[in-house]
Design a protein around this ligand. Structure first.
Ligand SMILES: [Zn+2]
Length: 88
């Protein structure tokens, strides 16, 4: 798994010069990458730079109310609670 993760990080660096737009929000938030070639969005751990980030979404009546992202490598997690509307 360690070798796989290092490979993923290297690929991310390469892709960064080939169409991936990176949005830096805050230093302790997960880094959002938008891959316009793959039309996908993925996240990177702000602490260890791992791309092995798992997302769990809790839904309310018809929309997500809580999104928890957790790094599978270092265990860092960040909870986004939409019900509190505290996004900045
Ligand atoms: Zn991490």
């Amino acid at each position: 798994m360690i070798e796989d993760n290092s490979t993923i990080n290297i690929q991310a660096e390469v892709l960064g010069a080939n169409g991936i737009f990176t949005r830096y929000k805050t230093s302790n938030d997960f880094v959002q990458h938008n891959d316009y070639f793959e039309h996908s969005t993925f996240f990177q751990c702000p602490r260890c730079r791992s791309l092995d980030v798992e997302r769990e979404t809790a839904y309310g009546s018809d929309k997500p109310v809580v999104i928890v992202r957790q790094c599978q490598d270092c265990g860092y997690s960040k909870t986004t609670d939409f019900s509190k509307e505290d996004n900045q």
